[in-house]
Structure formats: structure tokens, C-alpha cells
Design a protein around this ligand. Structure first.
Ligand code: SAM
Length: 241
């Protein structure tokens, strides 16, 4: 990730949860993840890593369904927002551990704490890695998927969601003023499939997860939000042997 990204996400952290597009995308992604995951009691045994968790919208939605959830983000502003939600007296969720790190190493000692028991487990591995709306900020995808592969236990699965690069119209997903840190205008089916396979994943599937209508700028750079465009989102899955 780049410094531009970190600066941008720290600046956006406080208002992140007030963006209706972000909230809707999370709700739809959560539903898509659950429909691709085994039901409880299997799901209730999963130790999950949410990579690029932001303020924890998806982490907190998934947490009641799983054993533990380690929520990782490189932007300390995002992690501070999640910590403050977890510290709220009205928060019932106790199995989420927020971690501020730019994750590049599966053996990062910050991942060791088991949120369910609050004890460290060196070289901890996960049953599931999720990541939502993150890939379009990543300049080089193969190292990220190698890290994710390394974070999984044998038989563990990756499931990532992001909007699809369906052609030139995909650029409209972000207003021109918010292009800082946007490394690609969505993800491409064949590229992501190849990256997953080259990282060592098997049973790779890339499918449309949902579609989301979003207002876009009337003219690029106008700052005036006008017509709605429907953006397809992909869910990309693979299993570690
Ligand atoms: C667009 S935000 C999405 C946040 C959240 N998933 C959501 O949907 O609300 C992308 C986040 O990914 C984080 N990120 C990107 N690469 C990362 C990495 N390698 N390790 C940790 N965080 C990362 C950024 O800091 C940023 O907060």
C-alpha cells in the first residue's frame, strides 16, 4: 500500500460509516459471504482474518457467526474507529481483535493473539480470510495473495469482494477528487483468477456476488453527483491445499 492510501484512509476514518454507499456495499457483501460459507455449526468454529477491515463494518457483521475475528488495517485512524466501537458499553461483540499493521508477513506477531481466549498462539493460521473493497487500492496483487495464502491453515479459504472492472465506465465508481490511492478501477475476472492460482490456491471461483447502484459524477471532476450507474461486484474464492 502507498503513503497516499494511508493518509487518505486516516482522513476518511471518522466519516467512513456515514457513507451510504459504503454501508450498502458492506450489507450486500456480508450477505454474499454468508451465502458462500458453510452454515453453523461449521462456521461457528472458524477463525477469520479481515484484511483491510477499515472501521470494522464487515468484521462486526461477521463476528457473531464465527469463533474469532482478527481485523487488520494499515490505517491507524480506521483501527481507532473500530477500537472505539468495541469499547462502547453497548457493544456485545467480544471475539474481535483489531490490529494496525500493513500486512505483508503471515507470521506477523501482531496476528498471534487468539481473540476468543485472549492468549497468543505463535504463527497462528486462519480458516478464512475475507477482504472487501480493498483490492482496487493494491498496486501489485500477487504479493497480497501470497500473504493471504500464507495466513491460511491447510484447507482454509480466501473470499474477497470488490467491484468489477467491466470497462471504461468502471472509472466512475470513484469521483475524480477521490482517485488518490485508487490503483485500479475494479478487478478483472481473468486476472484475479490467475493471481489466485499462481499464489497456490485450488478450487478457484470468480463470480458476480451482487450488483449495486451508485450515484456518479454528472461529468468527470464536476463534483456534482447525478445519474446512478449499476456496478457489478465479484466474489473471488480459493482454497489452500
Ligand atoms: C476502501 S477501504 C475498505 C475498508 C473496509 N473493508 C470497508 O469495506 O469498509 C480499504 C482499506 O484497506 C486497507 N489496506 C489495504 N492494504 C492493506 C494491507 N496490506 N494491510 C492492511 N490494511 C490494508 C486500507 O488501510 C483501507 O482502510
Amino acid at each position: 500500500m502507498t503513503t497516499a492510501n494511508n493518509t487518505r484512509f486516516n482522513a476518511e476514518a471518522l466519516s467512513w460509516d456515514t457513507n451510504p454507499d459504503v454501508l450498502l456495499a458492506t450489507t450486500l457483501a456480508h450477505k454474499a459471504y454468508l451465502s458462500h460459507l458453510p452454515p453453523p455449526p461449521t462456521l461457528s468454529t472458524y477463525n477469520v482474518l479481515d484484511l483491510g477491515c477499515g472501521t470494522g463494518l464487515l468484521s462486526l457483521a461477521l463476528a457473531p457467526s464465527v469463533r474469532s475475528l482478527t481485523a487488520v488495517d494499515a490505517a491507524d485512524g480506521m483501527i481507532a474507529a473500530l477500537q472505539s466501537k468495541l469499547a462502547s458499553p453497548s457493544n456485545p461483540i467480544k471475539n474481535v481483535h483489531p490490529v494496525c499493521t500493513l500486512l505483508t508477513d503471515p507470521d506477523d506477531p501482531l496476528l498471534a493473539l487468539d481473540p476468543a481466549t485472549q492468549t497468543p498462539v505463535p504463527n497462528r493460521r486462519f480458516d478464512l480470510v475475507v477482504s472487501h473493497l480493498v483490492l482496487h487500492h493494491i498496486p501489485d496483487l500477487p504479493p497480497l495473495f501470497q500473504t493471504i495464502h500464507g495466513c491460511l491453515a491447510p484447507g482454509g479459504r480466501v473470499m474477497v469482494t470488490d467491484f468489477e472492472d467491466f470497462g471504461p465506465g468502471a472509472r466512475q465508481f470513484h469521483p475524480e477528487a477521490k482517485m488518490d490511492g485508487v490503483e485500479r478501477h475494479g478487478i478483472r475476472r481473468e486476472e484475479i483468477r490467475r493471481v489466485l492460482e499462481e499464489a497456490g490456491f485450488v478450487d478457484v471461483k470468480v463470480e458476480t456476488a451482487f450488483e449495486m447502484a451508485k450515484k456518479v459524477e454528472t461529468e468527470p471532476g464536476s463534483g456534482v453527483m447525478g445519474p446512478e450507474v449499476v456496478f457489478p461486484f465479484l466474489i473471488c474464492e480459493g482454497t489452500r491445499r
